[in-house]
Design a protein around this ligand. Structure first.
Ligand code: UD1
Length: 421
């Protein structure tokens, strides 16, 4: 993809003011997919304007839905579904399009998708999704990179035990199960807040889901769903990214429209680094010290552990800490691609397999860097804000997948950052 846009950042400036956090990307995508199951109109509020969300809207339109966006509101009318496939070019735009699989089979009785393949984070298998759907009566043929699925007898409830609490597989099964015949029980289900948001949305449409947010989820199939109005939860990873930006620049920021409960797994890391955190309803004031303390160990884990998506932004802040921080990446194989770029800014980081050892340095200095992936790109922006001199961050197509107008949010609190196209 041709992507010439870049951020030009003049770093080493204190930030001050308020950042409003947008709706969660990782909730919006499965909820949009699930909206296919409703026979009447669905209205979603707090939908972030992100390229991944636009890709979802394109998929829904291709399938035959009417999708209208007005600011943060998206209205979906899925009464006119005409297709049960997703063209290859749309599958390639977004690896998470696999979350449409359960919805398309549930709605049309079949589905044809190309295999999502690998991505920037390494291999992204979908074996857990496929094994679970097979248990629910879906016949799946894998042929030349294509998945041909059909459910001749309709979807039926099943007992599904995951060997790993995959977020996407849990979502796919929940969506497939809500209108299946009988009851589905998922054990070792993912417990992320986005799972609860999806369940709340589906229940508001008439589904019968119990236990979302716990390891065992029970879904009693119902005959049909009707559309509802639903507000997407705040994006906890965007919130953590702006917290890390405050921490790295020695700033005080008010971060608003958050859900403090969802930030709990990350709070100890910011506290250990010496940041003061004050929560008040849906706001957080973060006050960073002159120099950050190192963080002994950040181990990424499924929720309620430390999220893998916050690993890169938090690593960027520890690059400037007064000592050694250690990261262990337990979720994805290839999630240290930002490290090579952080080194260009003067960071001192060594990676050995799943472990990264960050020896904090007193200063970073601006350089030209390239976003390797979405959260890695955010990490480079944070490092650029803290670095002395000018940093150019290329590869904005990654950052635009998950942060709504990041440069405007940061410029509004005093950062010198511009998008050059
Ligand atoms: C979701 C999030 C992503 C986040 C990740 C982990 C969305 C759109 N994306 O991705 O931002 O980083 O959760 O919190 O919500 N796995 C298998 N087989 C499978 C499925 C997954 O082996 O069938 C493995 C993956 O390779 C990975 C791990 O399980 O190592 C976690 O993946 P999963 O929880 O499924 O992540 P996603 O749903 O893809």
């Amino acid at each position: 993809m041709f992507d010439v846009a870049k951020f030009l950042i003049e770093g080493h400036k204190r930030l001050q003011g308020e950042i409003l956090v947008h709706g969660a990307k990782n909730s919006t995508l499965p909820i949009l997919a699930a909206s296919m199951l409703c026979n009447t109109e669905t209205v979603l509020h707090n939908c972030p304007v992100l390229s991944d969300v636009e890709t979802c809207a394109k998929i829904l339109r291709y399938l035959g839905c009417r999708v209208i966006r007005s600011g943060g509101d998206v209205t979906i009318d899925s009464s006119g579904i005409i297709h049960s496939d997703i063209p290859d070019y749309l599958m390639r735009e977004m690896r998470s399009s696999i979350v449409f699989l359960g919805a398309i089979v549930a709605r049309t009785g079949r589905a044809k998708l190309s295999f999502p393949g690998g991505c920037e984070l390494g291999p992204r298998p979908i074996d857990l999704h496929l094994a679970a759907l097979r248990r629910m009566g879906v016949e799946i043929e894998e042929d030349h990179g294509c998945l041909n699925c059909s459910a001749p007898g309709g979807l039926k409830g099943a007992k599904i035990g995951f060997s790993f609490p995959s977020v996407g597989a849990t979502e796919n099964v929940m969506i497939a199960a809500v209108c299946a015949k009988g009851t589905t029980v998922i054990t070792n289900a993912a417990r992320e807040p986005e799972i609860c948001d999806l369940a709340n949305f589906l229940n508001a449409c008439g589904a019968k889901i119990r236990g979302a947010g716990e390891s065992t989820i029970m879904i009693e199939g119902v005959a049909k769903l009707s559309g509802c109005e639903h507000s997407v939860i705040p994006d906890r990873i965007a919130a953590a990214t702006y917290m890390a930006a405050a921490a790295a620049t020695g700033s005080t920021l008010l971060i608003s429209r958050i859900d403090p409960r969802h930030l709990e797994p990350m709070i100890p890391v910011f506290e250990e680094s010496g940041c003061g955190l004050m929560f008040c309803e849906d706001e957080l004031k973060i006050t960073a010290p002159q120099r950050l303390q190192p963080v002994k160990s950040v181990r990424t884990m499924p929720y309620p552990g430390f999220p893998t998506d916050a690993q890169a932004p938090v690593m960027a802040m520890t690059a400037l800490a007064n000592g050694t921080s250690v990261f262990v990446e337990n979720i994805f194989e290839s999630r240290y691609k930002h490290v090579g770029e952080l080194l260009r800014l003067g960071a001192n980081i060594k990676v050995e397999g799943r472990v990264a050892v960050v020896q904090g340095v007193p200063r970073l200095s601006g350089a030209s860097v390239e976003s390797p992936d979405l959260r890695g790109g955010a990490a480079l922006v944070i490092a650029g804000l803290a670095a002395e001199g000018i940093t150019q961050v290329e590869g904005l197509r990654h950052i635009d997948r998950g942060y709504e107008q990041m440069e405007l949010s940061l410029a509004a609190v005093g950062a010198s950052i511009q998008r050059i196209v």
